[in-house]
Design a protein around this ligand. Structure first.
Ligand SMILES: Cc1cc2nc3c(=O)[nH]c(=O)nc-3n(C[C@H](O)[C@H](O)[C@H](O)COP(=O)(O)O)c2cc1C
Length: 185
């Protein structure tokens, strides 16, 4: 029988990772955009299409989403690891992150928050609900629009031969998706 090492329950997030990485883009009342790196998000409903992202109420992004009531989730590939680190280490309260990065923004169709033109996948989301949960808030977004970069997907799923998605492992370490795909009959 395998032996186990017992960790503190506080370490559990590391063992639910690696996770896809994205940048949540939100805007202030004047329309000025801010981005923040996220890894704690997942789908929760297909009809209506709902996703959840755990956002600490300390993030500038949290106050922007509460104010403007929408955001975009932008999924990135491994070429953008530098941007992911930058958007996840400084606050929009102190720094205009987009003016200091090479990421470019495009106007969304259904929400005020713009999306990142270099992203692989974009979810335009309206704020559907917001629940407290420990030291984070559960931001539930209703997916109003879904854009996936041409060639990044075939048959409704990612084509991993064409893209390497960035995954967050923890403690400042990242990995990427592999090309290996298994299909069981
Ligand atoms: C890989 C990575 C993943 C992160 N995931 C989350 C997350 O899911 N939720 C969260 O509240 N903060 C997360 N953060 C931290 C925020 O991105 C960070 O605090 C950011 O500076 C907040 O920016 P803001 O104050 O402009 O909103 C993550 C950081 C990194 C580097």
């Amino acid at each position: 029988l395998a032996e186990f090492v017992e960790f503190s329950p506080r370490s559990f997030p590391y063992f639910l990772q690696p996770k896809l990485v994205g940048i949540v883009v939100s805007v202030d009342s004047s329309g000025k955009p801010n981005g923040m790196t996220v890894a704690w998000f997942m789908p929760v409903s297909r009809d209506p299409p709902l996703m959840v992202v755990a956002v600490s109420p300390r993030r500038y992004t949290y106050s922007l989403i509460k104010q403007t009531r929408d955001f975009t989730l932008n999924i990135l590939d491994s070429s953008l690891i530098g941007e992911v680190e930058f958007f996840g280490s400084v606050s929009g309260r102190d720094v205009d992150k987009f003016s200091k990065s090479r990421l470019t923004l495009s106007k969304s169709k259904f929400v005020k928050s713009p999306y990142i033109s270099e992203a692989v996948t974009i979810l335009e989301c309206s704020l559907y609900a917001d629940y407290p949960a420990g030291d984070h808030q559960l931001i539930i977004g209703k997916v109003e629009r879904l854009l996936v970069k041409k060639d990044a997907a075939s048959d409704n799923i990612y084509n991993l031969k064409k893209i390497k998605l960035l995954l967050y492992l923890g403690e400042g370490k990242y990995t990427v998706t592999s090309e290996e795909v298994y299909e069981y009959p």
